[in-house]
Ligand binder design. Structure first.
Ligand SMILES: Cc1cc2nc3c(=O)[nH]c(=O)nc-3n(C[C@H](O)[C@H](O)[C@H](O)COP(=O)(O)O)c2cc1C
Length: 433
């Protein structure tokens, strides 16, 4: 029986744009306690993994709930010690890191967590990030992805530095490791020159799991070549099916098994015992959206200054070809197609960062998750609780048992590592596809 994959997209206050203003949000403020409790709740629900995003900048407008964030690898190391089974994935950008550092950190996390690490490969889109790394501007989209390609190759090469049995610790004969089981990388490329080997023995998983979320042509190509999990943002079944079929055929074209690239669209569920209660929860959150926050959020996403526009009028002209994120292009296209006002754009689309919202009873939500899963739209979901911790607890207590009853989701972890949960093979030593 094919099981759905479930990941928690962990944002401290929740994913709804106004979540942090909810009376129940941030019970512990900016502290490790909220993260530990969320990770343990997701593990109670047998989730495959949790994921923390990362950006190296913030917008100083004061209305942001996700302005502050822990450095992800430090955070996941702490969560590795307070959980046992759940996979731990984080973003690291290929634009403002060195591959050696990234390879080493994720290999470390894989050892610390006994095989539960995952790396979300991003190229970063904000110019504000470039300002923190001695640059006036970010590289253009194509150049970023070209660099990302070489970056990932170097990281994987470094993860292949050692055979599984290279560390022998033979005290009698004085041999700590077997140098014949070590591989120098000797990479000389366009962007990087990296000799190797990595100063960490081979990871429990062989390689940490690779995740990617780009949906441009270059993004999809990178995902198809390397990614084992693909995060995506479709909002309707037809476009989810089209994306799913497209990405799986691209994966096959790289000689990879399509079932080893798992497509996980993001979903923001708002669930309660009854449909009406769920609707009320949604309305309570919607009422917390501050119009200024709506406008600044939309300005940021659409890379256009919208201050002073009439929120009850149509979206002003925006050149979609200049937008750096396909998520933003999708928002503008939906707004035009459905004749949405500026207020409707941020109230309907921006609230969940462009992701699908599922509002209803446990069986409503389970029906929809099941439909996409069985009809070629998804292998699983990146669950984005609207408000934390309540939105996560509702999903775990109300939807997970329903999915389990339907035989769509595990009742207990069968294996120890993230690759076991996801049904992904362990790369062989020396493997490069
Ligand atoms: C679920 C999800 C998580 C993401 N996490 C991050 C992140 O942590 N940092 C980041 O810079 N971009 C993040 N992104 C953005 C993507 O990496 C990518 O830049 C974006 O989807 C645009 O890709 P494209 O240029 O290929 O269209 C995320 C996207 C999605 C859908």
């Amino acid at each position: 029986m094919r099981h759905m994959k479930l990941g928690l997209f962990l944002a401290p206050g929740g994913h709804h744009m106004a979540a942090w203003r909810h009376p129940d949000a941030y019970p512990a403020g900016f502290s490790i306690d909220s993260y530990v409790s969320a990770a343990q709740t997701a593990e109670r629900g047998c989730f495959d993994m949790l994921f923390v995003a990362d950006v190296f900048s913030l917008t100083a407008s004061g209305d942001r709930q996700d302005s502050f964030r822990f450095e992800p690898l430090t955070l996941l190391s702490a969560l590795a010690m307070t959980t046992k089974s759940i996979g731990l994935a984080a973003t690291a950008t290929t634009s403002f890191n060195e591959p050696y550092n990234v390879a080493r950190k994720f290999a470390s996390l894989d050892h610390l967590s006994k095989g539960r690490a995952g790396w979300n490969i991003v190229t970063s889109s904000s110019t504000l990030e470039a300002y923190n790394f001695g640059r006036e501007a970010h590289r253009d989209h194509a150049a970023r992805y070209k660099k990302a390609h070489e970056f990932v190759q170097v990281v994987r090469g470094l993860w292949n530095s050692w055979d599984d049995d290279a560390v022998i610790i033979d005290k009698e004969n004085g041999v700590f490791f077997d140098a014949a089981k070590m591989r120098m990388l000797n990479h000389e490329g366009v962007e990087f020159s990296v000799r190797g080997p990595l100063t960490i023995p081979r990871c429990p998983q062989g390689h940490p799991v690779l995740v990617q979320a780009g949906s441009s042509e270059d993004g999809k190509t990178l995902a198809a070549e390397f990614a084992e999990i693909i995060f995506t943002i479709q909002r309707d079944l037809a476009s989810a099916q089209a994306f799913y079929a497209d990405i799986k055929s691209r994966v096959a074209a790289f000689g990879r098994a399509p079932e080893h690239a798992l497509v996980m669209p993001g979903v923001m569920p708002i669930v309660a015992a009854t449909r009406q209660e769920a609707r009320d929860k949604y309305e309570q959150l919607q009422a917390l959206i501050h119009p200024v926050a709506g406008l600044t959020g939309l300005s940021r996403t659409l890379e256009t200054d919208l201050s002073g526009v009439d929120v009850d009028g149509p979206l002003p002209p925006i050149e979609v070809s200049k937008l750096s994120q396909s998520r933003a292009v999708g928002m503008v296209e939906t707004a035009r197609r459905e004749n949405l006002t500026v207020r409707q754009v941020y109230e309907r689309l921006l609230v969940s960062k462009g992701h699908r919202q599922l509002i209803g009873s446990p069986s409503d939500v389970a029906d929809s998750l099941q439909e996409w899963f069985e009809q070629g739209g998804a292998d699983g979901y990146n669950i984005m609780p609207s408000v934390m911790p309540g939105g996560l607890v509702d999903f775990i207590d109300l939807v997970v048992p329903e999915l389990q009853r339907r035989g769509l989701f595990r009742k207990a972890y069968a294996g120890a590592m993230l690759r076991d949960h996801l049904g992904l093979p362990r790369p062989a030593p020396g493997f490069i596809s």
